[in-house]
Every structure is written in C-alpha cells, then in structure tokens.
Design a protein around this ligand. Structure first.
Ligand SMILES: [Zn+2]
Length: 96
C-alpha cells in the first residue's frame, strides 16, 4: 500500500480507520519515540481523520475531549497534529 511520506512510517497491526474504513497497516507517527504505543496520536493517510492508538495498537477515532485537552495543555503537540492532518490532506490532493 501507499503511505504518505509524512513523519516516520511505522508498521502496525492491520486495522481499519474508524473514520473511513481504510485499511491501515502502517502509520506516520508524529510524536512517539520508536514505535506507537497506547495513547499515541496519528492521522489517517486516506481521510486525514485524527486517530489514537488503543489497546493492541488498534486505532480509534480521537475523541473530541482529548483534542480539546491537547489544545489547552499541549498547544505545540496540537499544532504538530494539525500540521500532520494538513499534510495528509495535501498528499491526498496530490494523488488526483
Ligand atoms: Zn480514514
């Protein structure tokens, strides 16, 4: 599969994007260390939906209250996440 060249690409257990159903078996991880861990944030490369890794590295839709909390408590991380989302959207535009 194609993975947008944003951030670092890391293989993950295969699962489906909760936003669009796209099959994800790799991800670009904006701010984890060596591999995604539970609670880490990501962006779907197909729909640019915000994701969070849950148990077993199954992605979940990033909850609105988590996004709000991030915005308030960690604005730089939030800004980075928004940058990744914009990059995912731009990459998708570039496919057309
Ligand atoms: Zn998606």
């Amino acid at each position: 599969m194609m993975v947008a060249a944003i951030g670092r690409t890391i293989r993950t257990p295969e699962n489906l994007c909760p936003h669009c159903g796209y099959k994800l078996d790799a991800c670009s991880v904006p701010f984890s260390l060596d591999s995604p861990s539970v609670g880490d944030l990501s962006v779907c490369i197909d729909c640019a939906g915000l994701l969070q890794f849950g148990k077993g590295l199954v992605v979940q839709a990033l909850a609105q209250d988590v996004i709000l909390d991030l915005m308030l408590t960690d604005p730089s991380t939030y800004a980075q996440l928004m940058q990744f989302q914009a990059a995912a959207l731009a990459a998708k535009e570039g496919d057309r």
